[in-house]
Write a protein that binds this ligand. Structure first.
Ligand code: SF4
Length: 283
């Protein structure tokens, strides 16, 4: 069987940077270290962090101590203030590309613009972005949703950095035709765009696709749906043990892609498991 692995699979710059920041902090500080929410949507990486004594907090206690690391998704601006007030030292690992979107929203909110955010309302990045939009933020995840919005005197349109480029373009076209006074910013991360384009191309060339990444990872699920649209069989797994090897063995050419929160050692399993994994500089 021929296996083709997408070149743009695995950790993106922002996730790699956040993981590096967490490990650097665990080597440097003796105080307890927490991440605010799971660092990434990958249970295997989260289990490894747990082994290193790094735990997760999901809410802000009245009082606390130790270090809290803000993950790549970012948080609403008042979250950092509240964490510091509770007694934590905060290390911000928000991805610079997410900070760019936060800045666009904050700048326009100060000028009276509403913010239309194309994304998943529950996604932590979107929750963080909404915090910069004040009382003028709305989240939509479909063209229908955009059509149902009231007409704003002044509005910007931005996207969650891992949104589907196809959906964004569809909405942009409709906005340009119907509300040409809105300012549209394509804030989809280049790494997401390239990953989705390469995944669609690879899915068109192979007999079946394997998508590796957390079941709760939005960007991984989006890759799986791009593969499904190609009409080819799709195997979405978190680890190699979950692969249906019997079914997979019936295909001559299999493509592999992975979400932005999937480490290389999982994509390359079993070659990169066990001792090799422990030697990996990442861990
Ligand atoms: S997908 Fe892009 S914006 Fe999101 S964390 Fe990764 S590099 Fe940053």
């Amino acid at each position: 069987m021929k296996i083709s692995i997408a070149k743009r699979s695995g950790f993106c710059m922002g996730v790699r940077r956040a993981v590096d920041i967490v490990f650097e902090a665990s080597n440097r500080y003796t105080e307890p270290i927490y991440t605010f929410g799971p660092l990434i949507h990958n249970p295997q990486v989260m289990a490894l962090l747990g082994e290193k004594g790094i735990s997760v907090i999901d809410s802000i206690p009245k009082e606390g101590s130790g270090i809290v690391i803000i993950r790549a998704h970012g948080v609403p601006p008042d979250t950092v203030e509240r964490l510091e007030k509770a007694g934590f030292k905060v290390i911000d690992a928000t991805c610079p590309r997410v900070i760019k979107v936060q800045t666009i929203i904050a700048r326009h909110f100060a000028q009276g613009f509403a913010s239309i955010i194309i994304g998943d309302s529950e996604h932590p990045e979107v929750v963080g972005l909404m915090g910069y939009a004040g009382d003028k933020g709305v989240v939509v995840n479909s063209l229908e949703g955009v059509k149902q919005l009231p007409v704003f005197e002044k509005a910007i349109v931005v996207a969650q950095t891992t949104q589907s480029t196809a959906l964004f373009e569809q909405i942009r076209t409709w906005i340009e035709e119907n509300h040409p006074h809105y300012k549209v910013f394509n804030t989809i991360c280049p790494s997401t765009r390239e990953r989705q384009t390469e995944t669609a191309r690879l899915a068109g060339e192979v007999d079946a696709m394997v998508v590796v990444g957390g079941y709760t990872s939005g960007n991984t699920r989006r890759l799986a749906s791009i593969c499904t649209e190609s009409g080819k069989p799709v195997f979405h797994v978190e680890t190699s043990e979950q692969l249906d090897k019997k079914s997979l063995g019936t295909f001559d050419h299999v493509g592999v892609t992975a979400g932005a929160s999937t480490p290389d050692w999982i994509i390359k399993e079993p070659r990169c498991s066990g001792a090799a994994r422990l030697r990996c500089p990442m861990f």
